[in-house]
Design a protein around this ligand. Structure first.
Ligand code: MG
Ligand code: MG
Length: 281
């Protein structure tokens, strides 16, 4: 789940995690990643958001986790399920998925007092090439952001890397209203991690800071609006959107990615209803 952008730009209260705490966060993120892999194995035309949400909640609880989104500011489900023109924060419903849908699934888990948070946008078998390219570029931008999540850099270095790649190099819309975030004993901690910004600006990244980096990128315009359910965020022009997220620990030299998409990618390979998505190289 992404944070709502607030006007305060400087991190006020940054919590640095010990090595032992980072290992606990890796465990929470392992449950997140395996839950998303379970979803990857279930997705096919005719399946509904309610069905994947129910399976996800059971899986999380079976693994001694708590679905972090359920009840968060009143959110009614364990997953955010956001298809096509829904950017993020979609409430799982009874609409059946179709073979031309893109489906973004965001999962958060609390385990041992720490949170994990990751997301993946899936492509059904008939998604057309311009939308597949949006997914590959958005996925690649996540790793461009992660490359900057090293001690000594600043939040703005992450933000700039994502914005420059998606907006300048690929002319997509970079959503402004929703942002990545610090994560730890709370789902949303300081600092905010916008997907746009200036190099060398913003809070300093130091060893042990854990961030949820999550580009939300639109095929068309960057503008979004919130549905009257108080949650669902749509693109203003109703064109598709993509969302990939990892929880990462800032380290010296190289970030440590705590969530693991490999479980998801392996399931996609074995699911004929889904197209494979890999970061654009
Ligand atoms: Mg999330
Ligand atoms: Mg998040």
């Amino acid at each position: 789940m992404s944070g709502l952008f607030s006007s305060s730009t400087e991190g006020k209260h940054l919590f640095y995690k010990t090595d032992a705490e980072i290992e606990l966060m890796r465990e929470a993120n392992l449950v997140v990643s395996k839950t998303l892999a379970l979803v990857a194995g279930m997705l096919k035309p005719g399946v509904t958001g309610v069905q994947i949400d129910k399976a996800a909640e059971e899986f999380i609880r079976d693994h001694h986790g708590r679905p972090a989104f359920k009840g968060y500011h009143g959110f009614p489900a364990s997953l955010c399920v956001s298809y096509n023109d829904i950017v993020v924060h979609g409430i799982p419903g009874n609409r059946e998925f179709r073979e031309e849908d893109v489906v973004s699934v965001d999962c958060g888990v609390e385990l041992n007092g720490f949170f994990g948070d990751a997301a993946f946008t899936f492509a059904m078998a008939n998604v057309e090439e311009p939308v597949m390219e949006l997914l590959r570029v958005t996925y690649a931008s996540l790793y461009k952001g992660i490359e900057q999540a090293v001690a000594g850099k600043r939040i703005g270095d992450i933000s700039f890397a994502i914005q420059h790649y998606c907006e300048r190099e690929h002319s997509y819309g970079v959503v402004r209203e929703l942002v990545g975030h610090g994560i730890g004993r709370s789902l949303h901690e300081d600092p905010e991690v916008p997907n746009y910004g200036k190099r060398g600006k913003g809070p300093l990244l130091q060893d042990g800071l854990v961030l949820a980096i999550e580009p939300m990128i639109n095929l068309g315009v960057k503008e979004v609006y919130q549905n009257n359910d108080g949650w669902t965020i749509h693109t203003r022009d109703r064109k598709p959107s993509a969302h990939y997220e990892h929880s990462v620990a800032v380290r010296k030299g190289k970030a440590d990615v705590l969530s693991n998409h490999q479980f998801i990618l392996d399931e996609i390979k074995n699911n004929p209803s889904l197209k494979e998505v890999s970061p654009k190289s």
